[in-house]
Design a protein around this ligand. Structure first.
Ligand code: XMP
Ligand code: MG
Length: 184
């Protein structure tokens, strides 16, 4: 399908749908190989990771379950402060489960750091992190370990494949850099 946004002069494609699909296949195979025989749950962090979560789970050839959390990061201007409010908690306990938190992007890392702290007290067998994108330059928590990374990207604002700018562009099948964020 030819998306109309392909002709948006303010968007520059960074990863095509095909490239993303290939990488997710590799991540899914790696996750499956490392979790055989475990009670695996893939926790999607709404809303940004919804597309990645849906595609990733279908590349993990193991019995697994899914769950969701929704969090809001308080931002001080455009900077993340690390204060995280849980808007929607998990539906099921994670005691004894192998948990993989599935995120769209890790930027400062403060949101994930807080989320992993919250989940860390619930008796899971293991908690790992899968993020489609890793934007290391603005990272504040340098100790945050991403177990499964799709792509490392430069310090640019990106949209598409679940990622939004003011709620838009989540439905783009590709990931694009916003050339002029003022014009979005
Ligand atoms: P942290 O706490 O790691 O926050 O700074 C990560 C969250 O910030 C959002 N974010 C982005 N969203 N394009 C987006 O659409 C981006 O380039 C971008 N960088 C950070 C996102 O919600 C992520 O979960
Ligand atoms: Mg997000």
């Amino acid at each position: 399908m030819e998306f109309t946004e392909f002709t948006n002069p303010n968007l520059e494609v960074l990863f095509s749908a095909e490239v993303i699909a290939q990488r997710i296949k590799e991540l899914g195979a790696q996750i499956a190989a490392e979790h055989a025989g475990q009670d695996l749950v893939l926790v999607g962090v709404l809303k940004g990771s919804s597309v990645f979560h849906a595609d990733l789970m279908r590349q993990v050839d193991l019995p697994l379950s899914i769950d969701f959390m929704a969090v809001s990061s308080y931002k001080d201007g455009t900077k993340s402060t690390g204060d995280v409010e849980i808007l929607k908690d998990l539906s099921n306990p994670i005691r004894e489960k192998a948990v993989i938190v599935v995120e769209d992007i890790v930027d400062t890392g403060l949101t994930l750091t807080r989320l992993l702290e919250i989940l860390g007290s619930r008796g899971a067998r293991s908690i790992k992190l899968a993020s489609l994108l890793d934007k290391p330059e603005p990272r504040i928590n340098k100790d945050l370990k991403i177990d499964y990374t799709g792509f490392v990207i430069p310090n640019k604002f990106v949209v598409g494949y679940g990622l939004d700018a003011a709620g838009r562009y989540r439905n783009l099948p590709f990931i694009a850099v916003v050339k002029d964020p003022e014009q979005i």
